[in-house]
Design a protein. Structure first.
Length: 310
């Protein structure tokens, strides 16, 4: 969400009538005055307030949401609706509902805490594929949260196209929720032995010991590998699961197949810091979350700096 700075500047420019260049200059001046104690997004919000731009009454696009924004108003389409969950945490109990809201710029997970809002879902008044208007929501850990001061209602608004591709947000492991598509910067603290299995080349399903696929009969199976490891980012740790393609990015084919070479490589990888993206899934057997990895990247300092400067 750090990349949204420019979108925010454009929004302030549109609403205030000042040029984009002028807004950028004001933001930089504000940041300089505060000796860099404030992020660009934060400074932009101060500038917006000074120019009388009030986001409270304005509809914004999902891609324009930046950390720290309050009283967010938007319209979107519910592209995924999750079952209402009951929770009992630190003596507080209640229900929580969530869905993924999309517009033509992006999509975001929305979390509902208010009983009245949750009832709208339970009673089928707010449904998957429905268009809703949300008012007075808050951004928290890359998710939109609706409390008792927020509003949600069905809208007649027409949304021509929505962004369905999963938007990945950067999160601390401590803040991971089931079904999140997230990216975390974390250290590998433990690696388990690789597990090998064979799949049918046609349908990619597991074959039996006789190399037979339930659907395609006797086949020449493809070898696959699964690697479990633990990552830790200082906030918490989680077990991550990586399949063949991703394993290949980290460990060579000969290294994974030879126990001796694997042991050496393992020592090299322990303590390595990576940017890991994937989906948080509930492991039904252990009733805890695990992280299914779909991409890994090395932490490149140059890129991080570039990202911060955006
Ligand atoms: Zn098959």
């Amino acid at each position: 969400m750090e990349g949204n700075y420019l979108q925010l500047v454009e929004l302030i420019s549109e609403s205030s009538g000042n040029s984009v260049e002028d807004i950028k200059r004001r933001v930089e001046a504000k940041q300089a005055k505060l000796s860099g104690l404030i992020s660009k997004e934060g400074a932009a919000q101060v500038v917006a307030a000074e120019l009388g731009v009030n986001f409270d009454k304005q509809m914004i696009k999902i891609s324009q949401i930046v950390p720290g924004m309050k009283k967010i108003n938007l319209i979107g389409k519910i592209i995924d609706l999750f079952p209402v969950r009951e929770f009992n945490k630190n003596g507080r109990s209640g229900r929580v509902a969530s869905f993924v809201l999309a517009d033509d710029t992006s999509n975001i997970r929305v979390v509902l805490w208010d009983e009245n809002h949750i009832d709208l879902i339970v009673k089928g008044q707010i449904i998957k594929s429905g268009i809703v208007e949300i008012n007075n929501a808050t951004i928290k850990n890359g998710e939109l949260h609706l409390g008792s001061f927020s509003e949600i209602k069905n809208s007649n608004h027409v949304i021509k196209s929505v962004v369905l591709e999963k938007a990945t947000v950067n999160k601390k492991i401590l803040d991971f929720n089931t079904n999140d598509n997230v990216s975390a910067r974390a250290f590998i603290v433990s690696i388990f032995e690789p597990r090998f299995f064979e799949v049918c080349p046609n349908c990619k399903k597991k074959v039996n010991e006789l190399s037979e696929c339930a659907e395609h009969g006797k086949v020449v199976p493809e070898k696959r590998v699964l690697l479990n490891f633990i990552i830790d980012d200082g906030s918490d740790s989680i077990r991550a699961v990586m399949f063949s393609e991703q394993v290949g990015k980290l460990i060579g084919k000969t290294e994974i197949e030879s126990p001796e070479l694997f042991a050496v490589k393992k020592q090299e990888l322990l303590g390595e810091e990576l940017i890991i993206s994937g989906q948080v899934r509930k492991n039904r057997m252990f009733n805890n979350n695990e992280f299914i990895v779909d991409d890994i990247k090395e932490v490149e300092v140059d890129k991080l700096i570039e990202e911060l400067e955006k």
